[in-house]
Design a binder for this molecule. Structure first.
Ligand code: G3I
Length: 349
């Protein structure tokens, strides 16, 4: 019989079922309470042809071997948590691609797809652009140069872009950003057209939070992307961020139904930034509840008609914008939490 790959702790080890050494190894792992799995998340997701990804912290990727091991083993997609935001252009016309290049190189050597995040956002702007007074024409020229340079640099390497992030307020109005202020509401159409021109094969997404329910914000985004499709703007998908805590999150049926309103337009949908905070101090009960939320979101993604990927916003509580509330599926020591098992269960169902 061929050796079977078994994940013992954080290593994928080929184990021959007939070997006494292998049995000893498994017995020792169980005694030590190390997690044992035959298949990784990316094995399970691969069988369903769905992406399973995580946001990557460029410094952690560089500094921490265990981070690289778990990331490459468990996920088949990555997104740069910060490295591709507009501060990639720290001076006008000068680009600093090195952190993002390292993420892309890691993904390529581990056969992972890359999502790009994000070309147009009101946060994480370089200082030279954030301040000062700008005409519409000047701002359109910055938008054009930024998108052509960044999307052009990653042409063929980044398969999907969050072209515009968080352009809508919770009440459904357009968010008042430097882009809206300096260009006007057509800045979204320009951004998508420029991204399409720079890489015609890239999948282009609008990405936002608090639109997982059918509420005013989701309705406004639906109306916005319907209008864009009607006008021939090259938009291919909508990302639902899914930053939750254990108190407020959508049920799987209502989230799936909401996603289906978008796929009915011929759009892909993705869960792009999933994390689930736990009110501190964390207890086993709260971790079990967190796992249930993860499971419900994976269920929603699996029920939706055109949900092509689920990405968590980081994967270990060691490196997370929500480290204080232990929001991710691996703990600070890279040990899988019940949330990890819940993702596995959801992908297996
Ligand atoms: O790297 C610098 C470091 O050199 C400096 O000493 C330190 C001092 O403030 O800042 C560090 O940069 C910080 C960076 O995270 C890396 O840790 C920035 O200040 C901080 O603003 C940045 O926060 C990120 C935030 O977006 C703003 O860009 C978070 O990590 C990131 O998780 C968060 O991600 C957003 C998504 O892009 C959009 N959706 C919501 C999501 C969560 O807010």
């Amino acid at each position: 019989m061929n050796p079977l790959p078994v994940i013992i702790g954080n290593r994928k080890t080929p184990v021959s079922p007939r070997s006494p050494r292998a049995l000893l190894l498994l017995y020792a792992a169980v005694l030590l309470g190390m997690p044992l799995h035959a298949e990784t998340l990316r094995d399970l997701a691969g069988r369903r042809s769905v992406g399973i990804g995580a946001a990557v912290d460029a410094k952690a990727l560089r500094d921490n071997a265990e981070y690289r091991t778990v990331l490459g083993r468990e996920f088949n997609m990555v997104v740069a948590e910060n490295a591709m935001k507009m501060w990639i252009q720290p001076e006008r016309g000068k680009f600093s691609f090195s952190d993002a290049d390292e993420i892309v190189a890691f993904a390529q050597s581990n056969k992972m797809r890359v999502r790009g995040h994000t070309l147009v956002w009101h946060q994480s702007l370089p200082r030279w652009f954030e301040t000062g007074s700008w005409t519409r024409a000047e701002t359109l020229s910055v938008l054009s140069q930024h998108i052509a340079s960044v999307v052009g640099h990653y042409k063929g390497a980044v398969y999907a872009w969050d072209v515009v992030n968080e352009a809508v307020e919770d009440d459904g109005s357009m968010r008042k950003t430097v882009w809206l202020d300096r260009i006007g509401p057509d800045y979204l159409d320009h951004a998508f057209r420029l991204a399409h021109a720079a890489d015609p094969k890239a999948r282009l997404f609008y990405n936002d939070y608090s639109a997982e329910w059918p509420n005013k914000k989701a309705d406004a985004i639906l109306a916005m992307v319907t209008r864009m499709k009607k006008d021939g703007v090259p938009i291919h998908g909508v990302g639902f961020q899914c930053h939750f805590d254990c108190g407020k999150y959508p049920g799987p049926a209502e989230f799936a139904a909401n996603m289906n309103r978008f796929s009915a337009l011929g759009l892909e949908v993705q869960v792009t930034e999933l994390d689930v905070g736990i009110a501190q101090p964390a207890t086993d009960d709260k971790r079990a509840f967190q796992a249930r939320v993860y499971r419900d979101i994976i269920d929603a993604a699996c029920r939706a008609t055109n949900c092509t990927a689920v990405l968590t916003w980081g994967f270990t509580d060691k490196y997370s914008w929500k480290a204080a509330v232990e929001a991710l599926p691996f703990d600070r020591r890279f040990k899988p939490k019940p949330a990890y098992d819940a993702i596995r269960d959801g992908l297996t169902q």
